[in-house]
Structure formats: structure tokens, C-alpha cells
Design a protein around this ligand. Structure first.
Ligand SMILES: NC(=O)c1ccc[n+]([C@@H]2O[C@H](COP(=O)([O-])OP(=O)(O)OC[C@H]3O[C@@H](n4cnc5c(N)ncnc54)[C@H](O)[C@@H]3O)[C@@H](O)[C@H]2O)c1
Length: 319
């Protein structure tokens, strides 16, 4: 019997590549579609000789593939504030045309579907921690709207395909996830701090650093994704780590783990930067029996070698 086949859009990205690994480990054949806008071939280099893995360099807004698949994971989208600021229109297209295309593939193949949504759907939330029933507080025309509204639209399209076309859909609301294979210069908190610390630069904290974030280590996130994939839950599910840290606390953890003597430098807060972000994961706990296992300190230690190597490579390229 042929193995079940999964399509992962954004499969050469940080999360997409870890998801490909997990699917292969679970017996799937995997097709990754990625236009390498923010992803890297290096993330899937280790899969090159695996006969069950196929990579197609293509825009997810275009028709994906001819053969059939059993599962579609739509992860293609710029994800970091630096990336979606640089690629605003592409971000809107990945959330709109890309989601339509991925859902059409699911519909044509009778495949299950999951879209990677985000805590950004909650905007600068007025409810804390954020439950899936909270509709969010989003500025529809602010600089972050290219991402937030693309994802909110993608959720709406996903629900519509479920309601009108009976596609077996899932909406995964990912909260800040970090770990090996992240881009080192994408402006997200952990790679920023880790790389600044390892380069001996000051750690940039925006505002007074009292804004909070919760950080989920990638292995926990992927475990949550795999569990959700097996359940027929069509309404959104938060997957993230509910332990909150202030940005300042996070910076201090990074300094301790890297052993860096860098200092903390304060800069003005960017527009619409959320002050608090923390998932309520009661639904994931109840539905999936899932909760994160890796605390921030352990996750930073597990990521240290990757960031150290990445910073060294960056140094080598510069000379
Ligand atoms: N990492 C997080 O903390 C986080 C949080 C919330 C949501 N997400 C979502 O998870 C998904 C993956 O994010 P990530 O952190 O791995 O980011 P990433 O930038 O590493 O991965 C995104 C991938 O999508 C690809 N891509 C972008 N536009 C594309 C297009 N039009 N066609 C084909 N490929 C395209 C990129 O080249 C990249 O490989 C995204 O949808 C993101 O919105 C991530």
C-alpha cells in the first residue's frame, strides 16, 4: 500500500521544515511547496535523499501539484514582522490566493486541511489570556494589518470551505514559536536576542520591556500540530506556551544562557506592538491532551548551538 501523502506549503520554512520531518517520521510521503521567499533550502537539505520527500519550488498562490494528497498543511506566508513589512503584498496574497489554492487542492483530492493561523488574529488583545472565542482587537489598516488581516481572511476562507464544501478543515492559531532553523535576522524576539548576544552586540528591547510574550519551543508546537491533525476539530485551536515572560526577562535569560556580556539597549516601541500576548490553551489540553513540556531556559539551551553556528557562518561570509 502506498503511504499517505501530505502537501506542506511553506515546507522550506522554519515550522514547515520541522513539520515535514514529523510527517515523514509518522509514515507520510511529503511534498513541500515553497517559493523560498523567506525559507531556505538548507532547512530541508537533510531530506534530499529521502525518496518519500519531494520539493517543488513554486508560489503557493499557483496551482500546487497534479497528483493526489491525503492532507494539505497550508503554512506558506512570511511570518516575522520584518518579513511581512518587507513583503506586504505577498503576505496578503499568501493568505488569500494561497489559502484558496490550498483549499481547492484539498477539495479536489478529498484531503484533510490545516492552515497555520496566528495569535496575531487577536491583535493587541483586550482579553487576557486569549481564548479561541475572543474575536480580537486588530487595526485593519495599520502596518501589521497585511499579516493580521491576511490570516483573519484565511481563517474565514477556511471556515467557508468547511461550511459550503464540507472540506475537513482545521485552524491552528500558533503563538510565538522558536528554535533551530529560524532565520537569524528576521526580527523575532528570540533570534534577535540570541544573535545580538552571540555577536556581542547590545540587546534591543523596544519600549520599557514590560510587554509580555509567551514562547513555545518548536518540538512542543509540532507535537500540538500533529495531534490537532488527527482530530476533526474545525474551529480554531490555540497552540502555544502559556508561561508569560516580559521581554526584559527574556533578554536576561538569553544573556545568562549565552554567557554574553552584552548590555540591554532600549528603543521606542513600534506602532501597534501588542502589549500582552498569552494563549489560553484549555481547549488544546482538553481536546488534544497536549501541553508544552519545554520551558524557556531549556528551549534556549536546545537552540544555542544552532544560533552559534549561524552567527559563525554569518561572520565567515562577511570576511
Ligand atoms: N513561528 C511562529 O512563531 C509563528 C507564529 C504564528 C504563525 N506562524 C505561521 O506559521 C507559518 C510558518 O511560519 P515560520 O515561522 O515557519 O516562517 P518562515 O518564514 O520560516 O516560513 C514560511 C515559509 O513560507 C514560504 N512562503 C512564503 N510565501 C510563499 C508563497 N507565496 N508560496 C510558497 N511559499 C511561500 C517561505 O519561503 C517560507 O519558507 C506561517 O504561515 C506563519 O504565519 C508562525
Amino acid at each position: 500500500m502506498n503511504p499517505r501523502r501530505a502537501l506542506v506549503t511553506g515546507g522550506a520554512g522554519f515550522l514547515g521544515s520541522h513539520l515535514c520531518d514529523a510527517l515523514l517520521a509518522n509514515g507520510y510521503a511529503v511534498v513541500a511547496v515553497d517559493n523560498l521567499l523567506t525559507g531556505r533550502l538548507a532547512n530541508i537539505e537533510h531530506l534530499r535523499n529521502d525518496s518519500r520527500f519531494e520539493f517543488i519550488q513554486r508560489d503557493a498562490c499557483e496551482s500546487h501539484l497534479r497528483g493526489s494528497v491525503d492532507y494539505v498543511f497550508h503554512f506558506a506566508s512570511p511570518a516575522s514582522p520584518v518579513d511581512y513589512a518587507a513583503h506586504g503584498i505577498e503576505t496578503l496574497k499568501a493568505g488569500s490566493y494561497g489559502t484558496f489554492e490550498a483549499l481547492e487542492t484539498s477539495r479536489r483530492c478529498g484531503a484533510s486541511f490545516m492552515m497555520a493561523s496566528t495569535s496575531e488574529c487577536y491583535g493587541d488583545p483586550l482579553v487576557h489570556p486569549q481564548t479561541e472565542s475572543y474575536w480580537g482587537h486588530v487595526n485593519p489598516i495599520g502596518p501589521r494589518s497585511v499579516y493580521d488581516e491576511a490570516k483573519r481572511f484565511a481563517e474565514a476562507v477556511t471556515m467557508a470551505y468547511h461550511r459550503y464544501h464540507k472540506v475537513d478543515t482545521r485552524i491552528l492559531r500558533i503563538f510565538n514559536t522558536y528554535g533551530p532553523r529560524m532565520q537569524i535576522n528576521d526580527g523575532r524576539v528570540i533570534p534577535n536576542f540570541m544573535c545580538q548576544a552571540l555577536r556581542g552586540e547590545n540587546l534591543t528591547v523596544y519600549g520599557d520591556g514590560s510587554q509580555t510574550r509567551s514562547f513555545c519551543y518548536v518540538s512542543d508546537e509540532i507535537e500540538g500540530i500533529m495531534r490537532l491533525a488527527r482530530r476533526s476539530e474545525h474551529l480554531p485551536v490555540n497552540i502555544g506556551n502559556p508561561t508569560e515572560f516580559t521581554i526584559l526577562e527574556c533578554a536576561r535569560h538569553v544573556l545568562a544562557i549565552t554567557g554574553s556580556t552584552s548590555r540591554i539597549q532600549f528603543e521606542p516601541l513600534p506602532q501597534d506592538d501588542p502589549k500582552q500576548r498569552c494563549p489560553d490553551i484549555s481547549k488544546a489540553r482538553q481536546l488534544l491532551g497536549w501541553e508544552p513540556k519545554v520551558d524557556l531556559e531549556s528551549g534556549l539551551r536546545l537552540s544555542l548551538e544552532y544560533f552559534r553556528t549561524a552567527v559563525q557562518e554569518e561572520r565567515t561570509r562577511a570576511v
